[in-house]
Write a new protein. Structure first.
Length: 155
């Protein structure tokens, strides 16, 4: 029983380590998506700063069209990155839940192992005490009986 329980517990440890590793990968993916969104937002803010810095009469139509096209492309990329970030966050939360379940499974087995070990120790202590009691009883009976037998034999 103990051997099987230990093997299952080692399996649970492995599954939990794997879940932790996957969680770290998901966190890294989320962090990269978040940094991508922030980088694109900085580009967009820089573009808006450039537009604000221009004199309204000095902006030519081709420059305005280029700025508008670039702004639209940045917004599209930001929307894509936000979607990627949102998906990464969902996967991250899902992996956290998986890790919680793995931790609970492992912890449950550890508790069972500890209970089993305590019950085994109690049983062994009781058996040891029973053997000690039998030895003490035997030694008292053994020391008293031969005298009685001798007394009976002599009479």
């Amino acid at each position: 029983m103990k051997f099987r329980l230990q093997r299952v517990l080692e399996l649970r440890y492995g599954r939990e380590r794997l879940a932790r590793h996957q969680l770290a990968l998901r966190q890294l993916d989320y962090q990269q998506a978040l940094e991508g969104v922030e980088r694109l937002q900085v580009k967009e803010n820089t573009l808006f700063s450039f537009v604000r810095g221009q004199d309204g009469s000095a902006v030519s139509l081709p420059l305005f069209q280029c700025i508008s096209a670039y702004s639209a492309a940045l917004r599209g990329e930001i929307a894509e990155q936000e979607e990627r970030r949102h998906k990464a966050l969902g996967l991250l939360e899902e992996q956290r839940e998986i890790l919680r379940r793995r931790w609970k499974e492992r912890r449950m087995l550890e508790i069972l192992r500890d209970r089993w070990a305590a019950a085994l120790k109690k049983m062994m202590d009781q058996e040891e005490q029973k053997q000690i009691d039998e030895q003490v009883l035997f030694s008292f009976q053994g020391s008293g009986e031969p005298r009685k037998r001798r007394n009976w034999e002599v009479r």
